[in-house]
Structure formats: C-alpha cells, structure tokens
Design a protein around this ligand. Structure first.
Ligand SMILES: [Zn+2]
Length: 422
C-alpha cells in the first residue's frame, strides 16, 4: 500500500507508555510529523470505496507541510493551559481540515455521564446539593458519575444564537438548581475542544460569552432572579481569514498560540498535497488506513506527554530568556508569558523531557508572541513582516545551542543589601 512503511519494533499500540513503543528514529511527536510529512502515498484503489468522506476524517498526519500549524495544535492538546489556538490565514490552506482531523488524536479525560453535567468534582466542592437528584442518588450509592472518554471536538455553528451558545434557565423547573439549566454549546464543550470557525465573523455577544467562559471555566445564565452556573472548561480553537473581517484586539488577546497558515510554497509539497487530496476523495478509508499506525502512535504520545506535563519544570534561567524576549518586544499582556511558558513546557513534555530548555522557548516564541502588540487587524500582514524579522533578530541574539548549565546565582545584590539592613 505504501512504498515505505515505517520501521516498527513490535506492537506500537500495545504499549501504554508511548515513548517506549516508538519505532527507532522517532523520538517525539515532532519526529513523527517530520517522518510522515515526507512520505509518499502509494497507489489508491477506487474499488472498495466505503462511503462518505465525513465518516473518515482526513488523517492529521497526512497533512502536507504546515509544521507550525501542526505543532501548535498538538501542543494545545498536550497542555490546555496554553489558552487556545488561533489559525490565521487565507481560504484553502487547510485550516478547517486540520482542526477536524484532530478527532483521531484526542486524549481521554473524565467526563460527566449525566445530561446536566454532574461530576464527582461537583459533589466534592459543592456537596450533594450540587448534583441533580438522579446523580445524588448514584453518588450516595458510590456509583460513578463520570467516565473516561475521548475529548470531543465541539463545533460552534456559524449561525449559532446566543441562547444556543450559553443555554438557558428554566424558571419553572425550580426543583433543583441543576435541572434549571438547558445546556448550551458552552456546557457541552466542558473538558472538550471548542472549535469556532470564522471567529472574526461571529456576533459580539456570542464571542463575549465564549471568552467569559474561557476565562472563568464556568458560565452563569440568568433569567430574572433565577441563575444557574455550569462548568465550561474548554480548549478554544479558532480560525479566521483576515481578508474577511477584523478581530477585536481584546478577542485576539485571549488566544494563546497564533498560527499563521500560508499556502504551501514548495512545488513538491503542493503536488503531494494534491495527490493526497485526490486519493482521499477517491478512497477515504484507504488513506485513513495508510496513516492509522502513526495516528495511534501520535495519540499515545499525546497521552504520555499529558501524563508527564505536571512534572515538567521551567528553570529560572529559561524563564528569564522568555521574559527578556517579551520585554525586548515591548509586549504588555501577561498572557504572553503564560502562553510562552506553558507552550515551552508542553514541547518539553512532547519530547519526553522533564525540563523546558531555551530551545523550547525559541521554538514556540513566534507562535506565542506574534500579534501581541498589533491593535489593528487591518495591518495584519504589513505589521507582521516587520515583527517576524524582529522576533527572528531577537532569537538570533540569544546565546546559541543548549544552555551550558550556568552555576545558579544564589543571592542577588539587592537581597544582600536588604539582609544587612534587617
Ligand atoms: Zn446529574
């Protein structure tokens, strides 16, 4: 089926710790992307075509090129604290395909089994009162309220009304607080991925509601004196084509990583993208099958990286490089640091390391820091050229290579002075 199948040692899907089951030569998610990107699809038969393409999402790893887009999306899966991802680019560059193709890579998290979204966590923080009567009964019996399920991709329809998004309160259903909530998209997005296509074309009130929920991790709906609150912790993934409209600066600020998605430049890449797209239209199932092995590997890698993430540290000297970079670029928003550092930690975790390095900062800096100063979306690409060069310049000015672990300076001068005073 393929002219070069990747070398595999044993059964990659069997190993719970993915980093151990990885074929030789593949050290991390990045290696995997690199390898698969350069692969050529073999002949695809038109026979045995089993139905609609929608049933077989285009494999993420089959996307040609677009390294930054792929890396950014995977980092957001590894570490939700990055604060979401915005894909910026013209039409036809594969933004939507890329987001939808994440489906096969999504890790598992604990999710409520109940229509009202009750979880054990609610009971622990708010007592049994915080559960719907049905779940309260289950909880009392020691039955689970949640189960481990793959993160879902919840797509916000373009024509969504505010009510569809935030849900509503049913005043008559006053029996129990939980049962007053008619769940909206934001509630369904809890612990999932919320995908907003054309985020720059959404109505202000819908965008504000989404950003409120994203910032708080919950949303409160009010009707008269009745209020109800539900959890809404999601990873926000947005796409936009700047040709079609501006994005308010305060909205842009809420997106962690900003990925510029341009058309493929290399001719061989364009040709390969065309071949894969044609193969997929002819026989989606076969294209999916051609990438299934690496897809399973990548999903295991993401799970392993998520498990490792809490132990990944950001040494002070690495943080300082990031802070210097942000100061040098004149960025005000504190979200810049959060995204930069969390993305660097995610990259370290994806590489099976427990410490972020200056090189991690270098790799994620353009994604985390671009478009942080620009207040006017009109000047997107004009501004961008200058800023990109500036980031590159600032990066080039950093000491090169891995850090020669400098002896830590235990006490800084001002501290000594303070100590003497006291
Ligand atoms: Zn319930």
């Amino acid at each position: 089926m393929t002219d070069e199948s990747p070398p595999t040692d044993g059964d990659p899907s069997g190993a719970p710790s993915a980093s151990e089951g990885i074929p030789p030569g593949i050290r991390s998610i990045k290696d995997l992307i690199d390898r698969v990107t350069g692969r050529h699809l073999g002949p695809i038969s038109a026979e045995g075509d089993s139905g609609l393409a929608e049933q077989w999402p285009y494999p993420f790893l089959a996307l040609v090129g677009q390294m930054e887009m792929k890396l950014g999306l995977l980092l957001a899966l590894v570490n939700p604290a990055i604060g979401g991802v915005l894909l910026i680019g013209p039409r036809g560059t594969g933004k939507t395909t890329a987001v939808r193709s994440l489906i096969d890579l999504l890790p598992s998290v604990r999710q409520s089994k109940c229509h009202y979204g009750c979880t054990e966590e609610d009971a622990e923080t708010g007592g049994i009162e915080a559960l719907c009567p049905n779940c309260a009964e289950k909880y009392a019996k020691g039955e689970p309220l949640s189960s481990l399920r793959p993160v879902r991709l919840v797509e916000l329809p373009l024509n969504a009304r505010l009510e569809d998004v935030v849900g509503s309160v049913d005043e008559r259903a006053a029996v129990h607080n939980r049962m007053r909530i008619r769940r909206g998209i934001l509630s369904h997005a809890d612990r999932n991925l919320l995908y907003v296509d054309e985020v720059n074309l959404l109505g202000d009130e819908v965008v504000d509601a989404i950003l409120d929920a994203a910032a708080q991790g919950s949303f409160t709906v009010r009707r008269g004196a009745v209020t109800a609150t539900y959890r809404s912790r999601f990873t926000l993934v947005g796409t936009m084509n700047p040709e079609e409209g501006r994005l308010r600066p305060q909205i842009l600020d809420r997106f962690g990583l900003r990925l510029l998605v341009r058309g493929l430049e290399a001719q061989d890449e364009r040709l390969e993208a065309y071949r894969r797209a044609r193969a997929y239209i002819t026989n989606p199932k076969q294209v999916v099958a051609a990438f299934v092995e690496e897809t399973i590997l990548a999903r295991d890698e993401i799970e392993a990286a998520r498990a490792l993430l809490p132990q990944v540290t950001l040494p002070d000297e690495v943080a300082k490089i990031g802070l210097d970079l942000i100061r040098g670029l004149g960025i005000d928003s504190l979200r810049a640091e959060i995204t930069l550092f969390e993305a660097a930690r995610a990259l370290a975790a994806a590489d099976a390391r427990s410490k972020a390095t200056p090189d991690d900062i270098r790799q994620v800096a353009p994604m985390a820091l671009r478009l942080r100063r620009s207040a006017f979306m009109d000047q997107y690409f004009d501004d961008q050229r200058g800023e990109e060069a500036e980031i590159a310049g600032a990066l080039a000015a950093l000491p090169s290579g891995p850090p020669a672990v400098a002896p830590p300076k235990k006490k800084s001068v001002p501290r000594k002075k303070q100590a003497k005073k006291g």
